[in-house]
Design a protein around this ligand. Structure first.
Ligand SMILES: Nc1ncnc2c1ncn2[C@@H]1O[C@H](COP(=O)(O)OP(=O)(O)OP(=O)(O)O)[C@@H](O)[C@H]1O
Ligand SMILES: [Mg+2]
Length: 465
C-alpha cells in the first residue's frame, strides 16, 4: 500500500522512547567521533614535531662535516647519505655558492630557505605524500634535508580504519543499548496507556503498575494512582448519596401520595378535603426544602464560594448566633450560654456560611436535647487555631454513629419521629471542609461536644486579605 511505510516511520518517530534512543545513539557516536578526532590531531602535531626534530638532527649531523669553506667533506657526507637512504622517504640536496648542484637525489629545483612543505612532484618524486624540508646555508653552500610524511599518512590511515570500525561498534552498542532502554520505557508507557484506557471505560479500580525502581515514571504513576483512589471514593460517595436520596425520599413521597389519595376519597364522599390537602401541601413543601438543602450542600462542596472569602471575626459571628437562639432556647426551657475571649478572633471565610453552620449546631442541641438542657458555645484561640465548641448535656451521639450523622439524610433512629431531614450536619461538614476547618464530634459525658478548629489569620496577613 502506498504511504504505509512513511506512516509507519512517522508514527515510529513520534514515539518518545524511539526518539530518546535515536538521540542517545547520536550523542554517543558524535561524542566518540569528536574524541577520536581530538586524539588524532594531538598525535599528528606530536608526529610533525618529532619529524622536524629528526630532520634538524640529520641536518646538524651533516653540517658538522664542513670545515671553514672546505665543502668537499660535506659533499662526501651528503652523497653518502643519499647512497644510504634507499627507501625514498628522505631528500637531500647540496648546492654550491653559484647554485651548482654538488649532490642531490631530487630535481635541481631552488627550494625556499627555512622550513617548507613540498609536494612530491615538485621534488621529482612519485606518489602523493608531501615532504617536509629544511633549507639552510652551511658555509657558502645551501643544504636541503627533508623527509616525507609517510609516517603521518600511515597514522591517518590507521586512525581512519580504527575510527570506522570502532564507530560502527559504538553505533551498534548505542543502538542496542538505546533500543533496550526505549523498549523498557515503551513497555511501561503501554501499560500506563492500557490502564488509562480501562479508566476511560469506567473501571475506576484500575491502577498503574509500578516497576519498583522508584524512578520518575513510578512517582508519576503513584500520584495518578492516588488521584484514581480519590476519584473512585468521590464517585462511590456520589453514588451512595444518590441511593440514599432515592431511598429517603420514598417515605415523604409515599406520605404525599397517601394525602392525595385521601383527598380524592374525601371528594368522592363529599367530605371536607381541606385538612388533607393542607397536609399534602406541607409534605410537598418539606420535600422541596430537602431538595433546596441538598442543592445548597452540593454548591458549597463545589467550592465556588471560596472566591468570596474575607476576614471574619468569629467572636462577632458566634455572638450573633447566640443572641438569635437565646430566646428559642428559653422557650424550650434550656440554658444557652456563650464564652468568648471578649476580643475579635479572625479567620478567613464566608461569614454567612459560618453563621449558618453555628446556627445548625445550636439548633440541633435545642431540637435533640430534652427540656432543661444546658447548651454552651465556646470560642477560644488555641495555638495557631481558633476553636469553636458547641456542647450540650443531652443524649449525645453514640461513637459508632458519629461518622454516619455527617452523611446526607442520615438521622439517628430515635430522631426519625421528630421534624428535620438529616441535612443539618452534612451542611456543617461541607462548610467546615470549604474553610479547611476540622470538624470533630465527641462525648461531653453526658451530651454531645462538637468542635470546629479553624486556622487563625495573623494580624499581618489580615491587612493583605
Ligand atoms: N446535639 C445533638 N444531640 C443528640 N443528637 C444529635 C445532636 N445533633 C444531631 N444529633 C443527631 O444527628 C442526626 C443528624 O443531625 P442533622 O442536623 O444532620 O439532622 P436533623 O437535625 O435530624 O435534621 P435537620 O438538621 O436537617 O433539620 C440527628 O437526627 C440526631 O439524631
Ligand atoms: Mg439538624
Amino acid at each position: 500500500m502506498p504511504g504505509t511505510r512513511s506512516v509507519l516511520r512517522d508514527s515510529l518517530l513520534r514515539r518518545t522512547p524511539v526518539r530518546l534512543a535515536l538521540a542517545f545513539t547520536l550523542t554517543v557516536v558524535v561524542a566518540y567521533l569528536v574524541a577520536v578526532a581530538v586524539a588524532y590531531l594531538w598525535m599528528r602535531d606530536d608526529l610533525v614535531r618529532r619529524q622536524d626534530q629528526r630532520i634538524e638532527e640529520l641536518f646538524t649531523l651533516l653540517a658538522t662535516n664542513t670545515d671553514q669553506g672546505d665543502d668537499a667533506e660535506l659533499v662526501e657526507a651528503v652523497r653518502a647519505q643519499i647512497a644510504a637512504a634507499k627507501d625514498g622517504h628522505a631528500v637531500y640536496q647540496l648546492l654550491g655558492p653559484d647554485g651548482a648542484v654538488l649532490a642531490t637525489d631530487i630535481l635541481p629545483v631552488a627550494l625556499p630557505a627555512g622550513w617548507s612543505d613540498q609536494s612530491a612532484s615538485v621534488l621529482g618524486r612519485t606518489g602523493d605524500i608531501p615532504y617536509r624540508v629544511l633549507v639552510r646555508k652551511v658555509g657558502a653552500d645551501r643544504l636541503a634535508v627533508g623527509r616525507d610524511f609517510s609516517d603521518l599518512d600511515a597514522l591517518r590511515e590507521t586512525i581512519q580504519t580504527a575510527m570506522l570500525w570502532s564507530s560502527l561498534f559504538a553505533l551498534a552498542v548505542a543502538l542496542g543499548g538505546g533500543s533496550v532502554i526505549a523498549l523498557r520505557i515503551r513497555r511501561r508507557l503501554v501499560a500506563v496507556k492500557q490502564t488509562l484506557d480501562r479508566v476511560a471505560e469506567g473501571d475506576l479500580g484500575a491502577r498503574l503498575p509500578l516497576s519498583g525502581a522508584d524512578d520518575d515514571i513510578d512517582r508519576v504513576s503513584q500520584q495518578v494512582n492516588a488521584a484514581l483512589i480519590r476519584l473512585a471514593a468521590l464517585v462511590e460517595g456520589m453514588r451512595q448519596v444518590g441511593v440514599d436520596i432515592a431511598h429517603d425520599l420514598r417515605t415523604p413521597l409515599g406520605r404525599l401520595r397517601n394525602h392525595i389519595a385521601e383527598a380524592l376519597e374525601a371528594t368522592e364522599q363529599g367530605t371536607d378535603t381541606r385538612p388533607t390537602l393542607e397536609q399534602a401541601l406541607a409534605e410537598s413543601d418539606a420535600i422541596g426544602n430537602t431538595f433546596s438543602a441538598l442543592l445548597r450542600i452540593a454548591q458549597i462542596e463545589a467550592g465556588a464560594r471560596r472566591a468570596r472569602f474575607a476576614p471574619v471575626d468569629l467572636t462577632a459571628t458566634l455572638r450573633s448566633v447566640a443572641e438569635v437562639y437565646a430566646e428559642v432556647a428559653e422557650d424550650a426551657d434550656m440554658d444557652l450560654t456563650l464564652h468568648d475571649p471578649g476580643r475579635p478572633v479572625w479567620v478567613k471565610g464566608d461569614a454567612e456560611l459560618l453563621v449558618q453552620a453555628f446556627a445548625n449546631l445550636v439548633e440541633n442541641a435545642i431540637c435533640h436535647c430534652p427540656p432543661g438542657a444546658a447548651i454552651r458555645c465556646d470560642l477560644g484561640p488555641e495555638g495557631h487555631q481558633a476553636i469553636v465548641r458547641i456542647v450540650d448535656n443531652g443524649p449525645g451521639i453514640p461513637a459508632q454513629e458519629r461518622e454516619k450523622v455527617l452523611r446526607r439524610l442520615y438521622r439517628l433512629e430515635r430522631s426519625r419521629t421528630t421534624p428535620g431531614s438529616g441535612l443539618g450536619l452534612s451542611l456543617v461538614k461541607a462548610i467546615a471542609d470549604l474553610h479547611g476547618a476540622r470538624l470533630s464530634l465527641g462525648d461531653a459525658g453526658p451530651g454531645l461536644e462538637i468542635q470546629l478548629a479553624f486556622d487563625l489569620v495573623t494580624p499581618g496577613a489580615l491587612t493583605k486579605l
